[in-house]
Every structure is written in C-alpha cells, then in structure tokens.
Design a protein around this ligand. Structure first.
Ligand SMILES: NC(=O)c1ccc[n+]([C@@H]2O[C@H](COP(=O)([O-])OP(=O)(O)OC[C@H]3O[C@@H](n4cnc5c(N)ncnc54)[C@H](OP(=O)(O)O)[C@@H]3O)[C@@H](O)[C@H]2O)c1
Length: 366
C-alpha cells in the first residue's frame, strides 16, 4: 500500500512513519515538503506520489497557540484539512485523520464513547471538530481521536518534564486533569491494523487506563529513576494558561472493540517501554558518546542493562543544559521484546540534540 503522511516530522508523524514504513511504501511529508495551507502544492505532491491512503496528523496541536491566534488555527487545522481531503479525493486516496479528546467539554465523569455528543470549549477543540466533519464527508475515511501523546522523535510532555527534573528544576503539572495517555507507536500500530482492514469510521484510541497528568509524570520519573519529589501538582486554573483544560477526558475505545480490534496495552506498560528508549550517554566536551560503532558507549551501557540510567549534565558552567537523546529505531521492538542483549553494537541509530552537540558521521537516523 502507498501511504502519504502529513506533518511527518511531528511527534505523531514520526511514530506513524516508523510503524507504517515497516510494512508499506511511505512518503513522509514534512511541513516543507507539503504545506497543507497551499492546495495547489498539496495536489501536485499527492499526484506525484499517488497514495492509496493519506494519514493526516499535521496541525497546530498547542491549545494556547490556537487560543491566541484563532485565525491561524482555523487556517491550518480546518482549511488545511479541507485541502488534504480534497487533494486525497482527487487522487482516489482514503484519509485517516488524527483528532483529539478536546472535541468534548470535559463535564462527564464516565468515559466518553464515540457516540457521545461533542462540545469543544477551546479554539483548538472547535477547529479539530470542524476538521473531523470535513474528513467524514468522504466515503472512505477514518477519524482517530487520541489524547496526550508521548513517544520518540520529538520532545513531548514526558520528555520535557524529565529533562527539567534531571537538572534539578521543578516540573509543574496539572493535578486535576484526568484523561487517557497515548504512546505514539502503539497508536500507530493500531491505526495500521484498522487501515489495513479497511474498517472505516470514528475511533477513540489511547493506551488503556486513565491517569492524571500528575500520575503520568510521577510514574515516568520513577521509571527513569529520577526524583519524583521535584514534580509539583497544581490545579490547572493556577497554571496561567490561555486555553481551558478539560478536567475529565477519559475515552472508551468502544468502536475499536466492536470492530474486533484489541485495545492498546495499559499506559503504564507503554510508558515503561518508552522510558527505556530514552538515554543520556555521557559525552566528552559536549560530543555525543555514541559513534555507532563497536566502541559505542550507548550500546555498552545497554548491554550492561540495568546499569544504564537517565542522566544529564550542565555544560558551560550550567548556562546550557546539554540534552542528548538517543533512541532506538528499527531495533526498538527487539529491545522491549528481548531486552538490550538482543541488540548488537551498531544497531543503535541515534540523534543528538543540543547547542554543543555535533552530529557525527554515520550517526544519521535510519
Ligand atoms: N500532542 C498531543 O498530546 C495530542 C493530543 C491529542 C491529539 N493530538 C493530535 O495529534 C496530531 C499530531 O500532534 P503532534 O503532537 O504530533 O503535533 P506536532 O508534533 O506539532 O506535529 C504536527 C506537525 O504538523 C506540521 N504542520 C504544522 N502546520 C503545517 C502546515 N501548514 N503544513 C504542513 N505541516 C504542518 C508541523 O510542522 P512544523 O513544526 O514545521 O510547523 C508538525 O511537524 C495533531 O493533529 C493533534 O491535533 C495531539
């Protein structure tokens, strides 16, 4: 199957690309490759690719950014989705749209199902709901509503928070937002199953179980062996955010189960796997420790599991925090299935980020 993925350099786009490219021919479209607010450009790109399916996570997902600039939010999230849907129809492709729990009002106290009425209370939620409506006009479509995402490829709620407490700062988290959490790779795998089966429709999709942001943060810190005492829970109204946050956004995956698909594993298990893939190798003078070869200290550490641990260090007398993120790509599944010993030196594909970090030859993402 030929698959085109919009917003492919984003957090979910990365996970979708990873998972779909294992079984399908994928074109990962970053913002520069295809701006969804430019219909002609999009049509030309889709015509060239000829996709069977377009997966569309590209959006402005930040609630506060959308609240501050509703016009831009509308342009990207609504008009952009209209452009994607139109261009897909022209080339005969089905569309899988990534939506959100923010289409609800958060007033319920039992899990939201796909048939519950929607009533978004934010600009972001309203744009996503309008976009759902556009995608649902097509006969062959899927809408997947996901919630708080974590996963490899881009710093996210979990990783940003861990980075803070790793360097001794506080991680302030909402204590009163109960919802679902979604590991991008698990969600992407489920989307792949549903898309391959051509079971069109609207689906709620997250890891099983409910948690507050605070519970998610604390569990992540424990798994990373960091000081969970640095996590401070606060009522979300005291966090000075522009957009309202939902107190309750737990989603039941009724449609998935009715269609015969098993829901993704519990969020705790997914989080454990994700935390394992985050590494902080010790570098010298700001250089990443991994050279991708036999002396790769990341691999040495992994091979010495469970001795590896989260760490961070300050470069330039604390002025800059050097954050090196290493993640396992193609062999990540092997890591969780068989433990680090299932990996050979050189299987590590990493990327280093940080002001003092240089990318080393042979260190490209695979
Ligand atoms: N993150 C969450 O917790 C969460 C929760 C529920 C639902 N969702 C939904 O999941 C989807 C993916 O979210 P995410 O967290 O992966 O977001 P993300 O990391 O910000 O990725 C979104 C991508 O869309 C791209 N994009 C923005 N404007 C574009 C344009 N005009 N043309 C083409 N690409 C454009 C961005 O590129 P640039 O950065 O270069 O602009 C970015 O790479 C979104 O639809 C979001 O609404 C996310």
């Amino acid at each position: 199957m030929k698959v085109a993925i919009t917003g492919a350099r984003g957090l979910f786009g990365y996970g979708l690309t990873e998972v779909f490219s294992a079984r399908h021919s994928v074109t990962d479209l970053g913002h520069q490759d295809a701006d969804i607010t430019r219909p002609e450009e999009l049509r030309a790109v889709f015509t060239e690719i000829g996709p069977d399916v377009v997966i569309h996570p590209a959006a402005i997902p930040d609630l506060d950014v959308c609240e501050a600039d509703p016009e831009r939010a509308f342009l990207v999230n609504v008009t952009g989705t209209r452009n994607v849907a139109d261009a897909a129809r022209k080339v005969g492709a089905a569309v899988a749209y990534i939506s959100t729990d923010a289409v609800f009002d958060g007033k319920k106290r039992t899990p939201y199902t796909e048939s519950d009425p929607t009533l978004p209370v934010t600009v972001y939620g309203r744009t996503k709901l309008l976009a759902e409506g556009i995608v649902r006009e097509a006969a062959e479509h899927w809408v997947f509503r996901v919630s708080v995402l974590f996963g490899p490829g881009k710093a996210n709620f979990v990783e940003k928070g861990l980075n803070k407490i790793a360097v001794g700062e506080e991680w302030i988290v909402a204590a009163d937002q109960l919802g679902s959490a979604t590991y991008t790779l698990d969600a992407a795998e489920k989307i792949r199953e549903v898309v391959e089966a051509r079971r069109y429709g609207l689906y709620h999709l997250a890891n099983q179980g409910a948690c507050t942001r605070l519970e998610l943060a604390r569990r992540a810190a424990e798994l990373a062996r960091l000081d969970a005492g640095r996590i401070v829970g606060k009522p979300s109204r005291e966090m000075g955010r522009r957009a309202v946050r939902l107190e309750y956004a737990v989603m039941e995956m009724r449609a998935l189960q009715q269609a015969g698909f098993a829901p993704p594993r519990p969020w705790q298990d997914a989080l454990e796997e994700y935390i394992r893939t985050l590494q902080m190798p010790e570098g010298k003078d700001g250089a990443p420790a991994c050279d991708g070869g036999t002396r790769c200290s990341v691999m040495q550490r992994l091979n010495g599991f469970p001795g590896w641990r989260w760490g961070a260090r300050r470069a330039n007398s604390g002025a800059e925090v050097l954050v090196t993120r290493i993640w396992m790509n193609r062999r990540r599944r092997a890591l969780s299935a068989s433990g680090p010993r299932g990996l050979a030196s050189g299987d590590c594909a990493g990327r280093a980020e940080g002001s003092a970090v240089q990318r080393l030859p042979g260190f490209e993402r695979r």
